[in-house]
Ligand binder design. Structure first.
Ligand SMILES: [Ca+2]
Ligand SMILES: [Ca+2]
Ligand SMILES: [Ca+2]
Length: 624
């Protein structure tokens, strides 16, 4: 049908001044050049706008809007869904139009003249079926009332068969731009802008991925009229890229994260940096693009690509694509403009030595030691690790939030990601009654296991600890190795690793510190704990807990003062330990003041909390 040669010549006339979107660098790596014309295997510019990418059995499939040649958006340029396939994300084979508008039957939902936008395809494992979703405005209806069109295929490269439609957002006016997100449990979510109120709403689909199941919920924290959403889940955190609303014209990108797909979402501003030299546009216009999808690269560590469209409403088939790698090295999404790049961008990042120091830590940060405690040379401590907890997103490069269950004599304690939250400059740990059953409670826990584990140093944490009443807060360390396991760790010493309790807030007007070593099983288990008398500890919001760990002694600090010294050589750990923060609840017990079952505030549904302003670890530069 299409005279490829003729079309190609025409393209070169349109774009004679632009280079092609793919070039090869000196090392033979193929480069992606954002915003330049991207040709398929036939030498024809890729025609898949506002789309998304699915990976299936070793092949990527790129689905997008097929724009008709010679038509402006006002003249109805939508021809259906166009598919391309690739094994390397760079060389794309034209798989053709896999769902076409109907040029003959003007009563068909897909009758030519309809608006068919932003197709997103998802694979349904249960039905072994590919399900395509798209914004659908019927011929002659305009943009006021929208449907979500659904088409299905047994094969990724189609053809797709139109199946049905529904009104998104639970609104009779339907919904606008959207993202389909499949969570780890296989449930599919439709995240979209509801019409006519422009609220951003999130709905769950049935297990066939055909219809919404239950009501949509408003995505708390997401600004009205957020368009072009693209969602991924990375290390337990949901990240959403989107845009403002200004028709076909570009605007500023928006970035949100959440610990649950339903929210609450936290706004992080514009994740983009740099300048598109092809179109001479900066981040205030998102390089001239609008987000459409975030693609996870297979076989690479932590590799994601943000996909944007440069819309050309006067001649939409000439719209171009901006694909840029996402930098998650800070835990947050950062998108930097690159004139040209290749997949080495991802592996390079892996080998880079990443700093664990939070850029928000004060430049002159030093351990808090009052003058009478300061038996150390000034300036010998340098910051090795820190988290100021100031950007409302848990840095998963440093921390793992636990999902664990612990059974006590009379209660069960569940830790999960809803019990740990970074907000308002602090990391919060929550304590509450669980909905699971009458003897179940929740308390948050997180640690740096496998991510950061110092040997020696000065650890310091400024925090507010819950006043114990059947619950407590702890700041402690555990060995990365087998020092607390039996029989490996049983050697009569803590040298091979110990539970180091820097602070356990178990009593009113006091807290505990100390060590456990040689495992927890009797008779090998040993411990050496002490109660620090700290009158008024709960009267003041924050206190600073410090721990000086050297090869020959341990010193515990409270608000800058040494409160305890240990120097028995057998009790000085000499191996790497990771950091632990944990909340706990107790029923009948001798350890913490109170009994959670008699804690009226908790029993009445109250949520108690501890919160951490910062944690910093310093290394002694004169050692080693
Ligand atoms: Ca953070
Ligand atoms: Ca031992
Ligand atoms: Ca802070």
């Amino acid at each position: 049908m299409i005279d490829k040669q003729r079309q190609m010549r025409k393209w070169f006339i349109y774009f004679g001044f632009l280079f092609l979107s793919i070039t090869t660098n000196a090392q033979g790596l193929i480069n992606i050049t954002p915003a330049k014309v991207w040709l398929d295997n036939n030498g024809v510019p890729i025609n898949a706008h506002g789309g998304g990418v699915v990976f299936f059995e070793g092949t990527y499939y790129w689905y997008g809007e097929h724009k008709l040649e010679g038509k402006s958006e006002a003249q109805f340029a939508d021809g259906g869904i166009h598919c391309y396939s690739s094994r390397d994300l760079i060389n794309w084979k034209d798989e053709g139009v896999v769902l076409s508008v109907d040029y003959k039957d003007s009563t068909n939902d897909l009758a030519y003249g309809c608006i068919l936008e932003r197709p997103k395809v998802v694979y349904n494992k249960k039905n072994k079926e590919f399900v395509a979703f798209f914004k659908l405005y019927f011929r002659g209806v305009g943009y006021e009332t929208s449907n979500v069109g659904v088409a299905v295929s047994k094969k990724p490269n189609g053809p797709f068969t139109y199946h049905h439609k529904f009104h998104g957002g639970g609104s009779p006016k339907g919904s606008g731009d959207f993202s389909m997100f499949r969570d780890d449990d296989g449930r599919l979510y439709h995240l979209t802008v509801r019409k006519p109120d422009k609220a951003f709403v999130i709905g769950k689909l049935d297990s066939d991925y055909y219809y919404p199941e239950g009501d949509y919920q408003v995505g708390k924290g997401i600004e009205l009229h957020t368009e072009a959403p693209a969602v991924i889940k990375r290390k337990g955190v949901y990240h959403m890229l989107g845009s403002g609303s200004s028709g076909w014209k570009p605007n500023v990108a928006r970035y949100y994260t959440a610990n649950s797909i339903l929210g609450e979402w936290t706004y992080h501003g514009n994740p983009c940096n740099g300048y598109n030299n092809v179109d001479s546009l900066g981040v205030e216009k998102t390089y001239g693009g609008q987000s459409s999808y975030i693609l996870q690269v297979q076989g690479k560590d932590d590799a994601y690509i943000a996909l944007f469209d440069i819309w050309k409403p006067e001649n939409p088939i000439t719209g171009r694509y901006i694909w840029l790698p996402i930098d998650f090295s800070s835990g947050k999404m950062v998108i930097n403009w690159r004139d040209t790049w290749n997949f080495a961008a991802f592996s390079e990042k892996k080998s880079e030595k990443r700093s664990f120091v939070d850029p928000q830590s004060p430049k002159d940060a030093a351990p808090f030691m009052l003058p009478d405690s300061d038996n150390l040379l000034a300036g010998k401590w340098t910051l090795d690790f820190s988290d100021e907890f100031n950007d409302n997103i848990i840095d998963t490069n440093k921390w793992t939030v636990e999902n664990t269950t612990r059974k006590r004599v009379d209660i069960t304690l569940f830790a999960d990601d809803k019990q740990v939250e970074e907000r308002n400059g602090n990391m919060f740990i929550y304590y509450r009654k669980s909905t699971i059953n009458d003897t179940a409670y929740n308390a948050g826990r997180f640690n740096s296991k496998g991510k950061y584990a110092p040997t020696y140093g000065f650890l310091e944490c400024r925090m507010h600890i819950v006043k114990p009443n059947g619950h407590q807060m702890a700041f402690w360390m555990m060995p990365e190795g087998s020092g607390m396991k039996a029989p490996e760790g049983v050697d009569g010493t803590a040298n091979d690793g110990a539970e180091i309790d820097i602070m356990e807030g178990n009593k009113s007007n006091a807290y505990s510190n100390g060590l456990h070593w040689d495992g927890y099983a009797k008779p090998a288990h040993k411990s050496n704990g002490a109660l620090m008398k700290t009158p008024g500890i709960h009267d003041q919001e924050y206190h600073v807990y410090g721990f000086e760990w050297t090869p020959t002694y341990l010193k515990f600090y409270y608000d800058g003062k040494v409160v305890r010294v240990m120097d028995d050589p057998k009790l000085i750990p000499q191996v790497a330990h990771f950091i632990y923060f944990s909340g706990s609840c107790f029923g009948e017990n001798n350890w913490v003041d109170g009994d959670i079952r008699k804690n009226e505030f908790i029993q009445k549904g109250g949520v108690d909390k501890s919160y951490i302003d910062y944690v910093r670890v310093y290394k002694n530069t004169t050692e080693k």
